[in-house]
Design a protein around this ligand. Structure first.
Ligand code: GMT
Length: 383
């Protein structure tokens, strides 16, 4: 298969879409493709040098007249420039807002100069479920998705939701989130375990960006029930708007001694390696990449049953799923696993086997094949 010059547009922060975009770009570069990241900051996981990776920073435009910075305009100009001078074959934009609309604008500008740049938009979740169906955004989101040359969604749920909310005229291809097993594996980190749980307490863990949709306060409430029954510790990884409320809640419950808020962490696989159960009670989740990361490290998952989560976490097999807000059931299920060593061992093995279905070695070729398909189809447009 021939190599391509690919432009990747994403949010460079710790959010799931930025993580997927960065890991995808790194994997494509390793396979010989030339990858150009175009965003306002070096993506969080893009920390190593690779000969096939380029990073183009979108400059900030500060001017007293602008109460809101015109990021869309800066990004469009940067895309036009990079596509033209780096001779890109296609643009892959992650998270529809504003990236799909910006890419469309760049495409139109480039067409005036005789260059057709195919655009693939990957829908990640809140771009559709939270923001996309907000009426102030809806027309732009629908229009720019339809104007993309290719559309992918990270779960069957998200594909269905997009088709329910919007009038989509093209096929949406489901290409699931993926996991790199060379990084996410259960290494021996007993010294960490001793530091966190010196008396061999069970370790529960949650990772998110602490937005309301993650229902982080439910995590604290579930942990309180669990810790009243068995000695346990909770690791809270990440940061965001809900963190303060969470800290206040654990103080008012008097359980702060057993909970550690570790903030944003790069090497979460090292913490997953000492975790017994992962908690993800989200109000919505198009896929739940962190659940997959936990499962790859052989950690069973207690999650809600919404969105794409049941496509990842199989109820009664890799963990348990419950209705959103059903704290009692989530705590009871966590205890079922934690109090039964045979069940824990079985669920750990099941979680690992299920994670294998999302191995990057299986998913990456799906993206490459889709790129080629879209490139082939868009040849007609270029004429
Ligand atoms: O919710 C987040 O953690 C961030 C958000 C994003 O777009 O940055 O994540 C979404 O995309 C991830 C990668 O495709 C999915 O695994 C998450 O489930 C999804 N989050 C939600 O749908 C709430």
């Amino acid at each position: 298969m021939s190599t391509m010059r690919i432009g990747i547009v994403c949010y460079p922060t710790f959010g799931g879409s930025g993580v997927v975009a960065t890991e995808l770009g790194l994997a494509l570069a390793k396979k010989g493709h030339q990858v150009h990241f175009i965003t306002y900051k070096r993506p969080a996981r893009l920390s190593v040098f690779h000969e096939n990776i380029y990073f183009h920073e979108v400059p900030e435009v500060k001017y007293p007249l602008f109460e809101f910075e015109p990021y869309d305009t800066s990004l469009t100009s940067k895309l036009v420039d990079v596509v033209k001078y780096e001779k890109l074959d296609l643009l892959h934009v992650h998270y529809a807002i504003p990236h799909a609309a910006v890419a469309y604008m760049a495409k139109k500008i480039l067409m005036q100069g005789g260059k057709y740049i195919p655009v693939i938009t990957t829908l990640h979740g809140t771009d559709i479920t939270l923001v996309g169906n907000d009426h102030s955004f809806a027309p732009v989101v629908e229009f720019s998705i339809n104007k993309s040359d290719g559309i992918t969604a990270v779960s069957q749920f998200l594909k269905n939701k997009t088709e329910e909310y919007f009038h989509i005229e093209k096929e949406i291809r489901v290409i699931y989130n993926f996991i790199d097993f060379t990084r996410f594996k259960r290494n021996n980190k007993d010294h960490f375990r001793k530091a966190i749980a010196p008396n061999d307490e069970k370790i529960l863990m949650h990772v998110s960006n602490f937005r309301k949709v993650k229902r982080v306060q439910d995590v604290i409430k579930i942990f309180k029930i669990v810790s009243e029954k068995i000695p346990a510790k909770l690791l809270m990884i990440g940061d965001g708007p809900e963190r303060t409320y969470c800290e206040e809640l654990c103080r008012s419950m008097g359980i702060c001694g057993d909970i550690r808020f570790l903030g944003k962490q790069d090497a979460i696989e090292e913490l997953l390696a000492i975790t017994d159960v992962f908690l993800l009670p989200s109000g919505n989740e198009s896929f739940g990449l962190v659940a997959l990361e936990a499962m790859a490290c052989e950690v069973p998952v207690i999650s809600s049953n919404v969105g794409g989560l049941p496509e990842v976490n199989i109820d009664g097999v890799t963990g348990f799923t419950s209705d959103v807000g059903d704290i009692d059931k989530m705590a009871a299920n966590a205890l079922r696993i934690l109090e039964n060593p045979e069940m824990l061992a079985q669920f750990r093995a099941n979680a690992f086997a299920q994670a294998k279905r999302f191995d990057i070695d299986l998913i990456l070729p799906q993206y490459e094949a889709y790129y080629h398909e879209v490139l082939e189809l868009s040849k007609e447009q270029a004429i």
